[in-house]
Write a new protein. Sequence first.
Length: 307
Amino acid sequence: MTMVDVHPIAAPWGRFALYSFLIDAPELALVDTGVTASAAGLPVELEKIGRRIEDVRWILLTHGHIDHVGGAHALWEATGRRAEVVISGTDAGFLRSRRAHVEEALALRGEFVDAAALEAAKTAETLEAISGEMEPTVTVEDGDVLDLGGVSVRVVAVPGHTAGAVAYVIEDGRQVFIGDAAQCYGAASGFPGYENPAAYRSSLEKVRALDPQGLYLGHPYRRADGTPYPVALDAAGAREALEGSLAREAEIRAALDGYIRVETGSPYSPFAAVAERLGYTGDPTLEPSPFFTTMHGYCTQRQENHG
Ligand SMILES: [Zn+2]
């Protein structure tokens, strides 16, 4: 087994810590792209490690969220449009259309916040943070294999955080780029965000079964005690982060068990008691509100289970 060199590249955006990764394969690959502003800094970061953006041949997108696809168009241009831009068919709409991000936010959280304000803020954000709308050059699905000049990368569907989330797995070294599909105890917001709780759990179990020797996270997600994980984890760190993500999902599911929504004046309304049970004190109205997205996910799942 040979591990391929991987370089985490910080791609800051306001209060968010975002990460892209360079896979130092014969054909250079970038995993995720940050937003417009971070994409501008990325070529400089590559130079620091002796690599050039012009030589990047693959832009691998783990999922469609703004902070992962926003820089894609700018970086693709910087490669002279020579890089393949890869995303799952399911999440490709987020690369094609800024408006898709607005619609998604409204669908997942609009009923819990001031929807008009959310729409306006999200529309402005997509203009600033997404460098351009584009058609992916390659759409992938579970099981596809990409050849980075002799380094095989397998696509593993990890739905849950978004419907079309995928992990990219360097087959020989069992190095897994998981994007945001392992949320641990949440990132800056302190709450894990996923649209589909059951899919999120099975994706985590699927990745755990791969026994990753390296696991690369899209953000510095936190442990139960609030301390952040490094974004590049070894085998032991990978197990801990995956177990922690599963544990937190179980806690949230338990806190919602039998819960009946109650409208209150609380910013957590209609889930104030759930936030209290979980000891969650973050601001649930801060975008991209993982609290409301996840609550919405469980409510939707419950409705489906009950027909
Ligand atoms: Zn995400």
